[in-house]
Design a protein around this ligand. Structure first.
Ligand SMILES: [Zn+2]
Ligand SMILES: [Zn+2]
Length: 258
């Protein structure tokens, strides 16, 4: 049921795990009227060669599907199992109904085990009628193909947790990284587009700071880079103008033609 419109990416969410604004916070960014300071949980819609994919389905999934009028998803690519990346999986039901089949989800073993545990009702043998239908596919640290699209998982570390970024064609998406080994950095050279996480200025144990993300970008030299998984400690307008010319903060709804 895919459509054949031009290849593109849409940032469905660009916020860190609590989103922005943060509940109960009255900081400048959380009170900001600027839409670019409103960040749902991190997720990316991908449309390539007629195939619709979403990278991560966090707790804002339903809102994101509606806000961007997403009409189809053929699969979900899961970077890791944290709730801000998996919390929306119950809301794949409309796509089950529309396509009359389970939704394919790709993730590594530990991630799939967590999804099975947290969504036990989905994977029960005799399940409640109307529960979501998700087909889990285990992936490893090597390229795989879905509907003719080659997808290369990129290994990064999220504190001590090994998680995946994804490279498709000449662009790559890395979120929740705090470390990328040299071997993986090699796979990210000469990209047209690199999307990478940048949390805040202050050092953090499991996420790149803005300075660390810019350092990775400077090493890899992609034609363009976009920052995502951003906290309420970075104001779009104030920070954007300090960035190098090939780097931008992503914001919710930002669409990039491929
Ligand atoms: Zn996250
Ligand atoms: Zn705040």
């Amino acid at each position: 049921m895919s459509n054949s419109t031009a290849d593109k990416l849409i940032f469905l969410g660009t916020g860190t795990s609590q989103g922005v604004p943060v509940i109960t916070c009255d900081c400048e960014v959380c009170r900001s009227a600027d839409n670019k300071n409103k960040r749902l949980r991190t997720s990316l819609y991908v449309h390539v060669q007629g195939v619709d994919m979403v990278i991560d389905a966090g707790p804002d999934f339903r809102t994101q599907m509606l806000a961007n009028a997403i009409q189809n998803i053929d699969c979900i690519l899961q970077t890791h199992e944290h709730q801000d990346h998996t919390g929306g999986l119950d809301d794949v039901r409309p796509f089950n109904h529309k396509n009359q089949k389970p939704l394919d989800l790709f993730g590594e073993k530990r991630c799939l085990q967590a999804i099975r545990r947290e969504y036990a009702y989905i994977f029960r043998k005799k399940k409640y009628p109307g529960a979501p239908e998700i087909m889990l596919h285990e992936i490893h640290a090597k390229p795989f193909v879905f509907n003719g699209i080659e997808i290369e998982p990129i290994r990064v570390k999220h504190w001590n947790l090994p998680i995946f970024g994804f490279k498709i064609g000449n662009w790559a998406y890395i979120t929740d990284a705090s470390y990328i080994a040299a071997k993986e950095m090699k796979k990210l050279q000469n990209l047209d587009i690199l999307i990478i996480n940048a949390l805040q200025h202050k050092p953090h144990y499991s996420h790149f700071t803005l300075a660390q993300a810019l350092e990775v970008i400077a090493k890899l030299q992609p034609k363009r880079a976009y920052l995502t998984h951003i906290s309420h400690r970075l104001d779009y307008r104030i920070e954007q103008e300090k960035l190098p010319p090939n780097v931008s903060f992503a914001y919710d709804g930002l669409t990039i033609p491929l």
